[in-house]
Design a protein around this ligand. Structure first.
Ligand SMILES: Cc1ncc(COP(=O)(O)O)c(C=O)c1O
Length: 379
């Protein structure tokens, strides 16, 4: 049974009951789920985990669903940690390999929760703008849950994604030049489909939180020193930081958090720019230019939450050049037997940059998120 208590606006602190649908626009977005947690519950959770299957759903106390038995479950989460073999000085570097999720990326975690919750609360359908992977995940979970689904993709999205969304039964719009245009296309519909856009509803963060919960368990409750995360909208950063805070409230994690690093592309790095200028919010990046689709996000609704997570975890933000990624993908394929998605390759590039600058030390443990399967883009 879930320990979720209520919804809280991260901006105003206003509270809503869990069954209410929070506004998707306005000054109070993003809304987050709050839980009843205290140190006495930590050992209870830990002993229950020992008997549970290795899946996203093992964390039901920390997930906001009412009826877990009736959930749509395509096998999301429970992804492996894979040691990187060819690193200088025998450093301990791991990949969190998310490509094995049901539609090939970590987006399944958040959208599983969001679609499950929409279904549980009686939504007539769901919709969102997406760079690609989130649309695949939404379409697949909506199909399995018998919900109608509409996705809007920028016009240059690879055709393989468009076809696959349609094969899941989704209505696909692809007229816009950017994600912002895609969002406007959806705003014109008035049929009450729930908007599952990044940070406009509270449940995607909850699903992605399981990345943080899993990795802490996989590191035997002593998480790595650094986490490199390819950041677009930044749900994963906010979600992992939330996971660590909840584990701290449960007394399962001490004060020293992993240092979170947002990796963005040089051609679209609004959070990197804001982080290093000391700003509390990130200005929109004009004319984003990157072929790494998942990271072509000029602005995040949760910019202040992301920047706070990076700073409070003593982390940082780094941008990497486009032209280094091909070499990293080729090297990882040849030396590690691993096929990285462009976003995962960007995260590796971020690690290698901070390692070369001497910020990451050779005796520190590093985790890099390999967030999606490259075949999602090429078929
Ligand atoms: C494979 C992949 N990695 C990373 C990201 C960025 O994720 P987030 O929105 O959590 O920053 C995306 C977003 O589309 C993606 O598809």
């Amino acid at each position: 049974m879930s320990w979720a208590r209520e919804l809280v606006s991260s901006k105003s602190g206003r509270r809503l009951s869990l069954r209410e649908q929070p506004p998707t626009t306005g000054d109070e977005v993003p809304w987050l789920v709050a839980y009843d947690l205290d140190p006495s519950k930590g050992p209870i959770l830990k002993s229950r985990l020992a008997a549970r299957a290795w899946s996203l759903w093992r964390y039901e106390e920390l997930l906001p669903l009412e009826n877990f038995a009736d959930r749509i479950d395509l096998g999301e989460g429970g992804t492996p940690l894979v040691r990187v073999r060819n690193v200088p000085y025998g450093m301990e570097v791991w990949l969190k390999e998310e490509a094995g999720n049901p539609t090939g990326s970590f987006k399944d975690r958040g959208l599983s929760l969001a679609v499950n919750r929409a279904r549980e609360l009686g939504a007539p359908g769901v919709q969102l703008p997406s760079a690609g992977n989130a649309a695949l995940a939404t379409a697949a979970y909506a199909a399995a849950g018998g919900l109608r689904c509409r996705v809007a993709l920028p016009g240059d999205t690879p055709g393989v994604i468009v076809d696959r969304c349609r094969s899941y039964g989704a209505e696909v719009l692809c007229g816009g030049a950017t994600l912002v245009d895609s969002a406007s296309e959806l705003a014109a519909f008035e049929d009450g489909f729930w908007d599952l856009s990044t940070f406009r509803e509270p449940y995607r963060v909850e699903g992605k939180k399981t990345m943080g919960l899993e990795l802490v368990e996989q590191f035997d409750w002593s998480p790595p020193d650094w986490i490199f995360y390819p950041t677009g909208g930044g749900t994963g950063i906010v979600a992992m930081y939330k996971a660590f805070q909840e584990l701290q409230e449960l007394g399962l994690l001490d004060e020293s958090l992993p240092r979170l690093v947002s990796v963005q592309m040089e051609g679209c790095a609004p959070l990197v720019r804001a982080f290093h200028s000391g700003a509390e919010q990130a200005e929109t990046w004009q004319e984003p230019k990157t072929g790494v689709w998942g990271l072509r996000v000029p602005r995040s609704l949760a910019d202040s939450l992301i920047l706070e997570a990076l700073r409070r975890s003593n982390g940082t933000a780094v941008s990497v050049p486009e032209d280094g990624l091909g070499e990293i993908q080729a090297r990882y394929a040849k030396q590690e037997g691993r096929w990285l998605g462009p976003e995962g390759a960007a995260a590796v590039a971020g690690f290698e940059k901070l390692r070369a600058e001497g910020l990451v030390q050779s005796d520190e443990r590093v985790l890099i998120f390999q967030t999606g399967h490259p075949a999602n883009y090429f078929g």
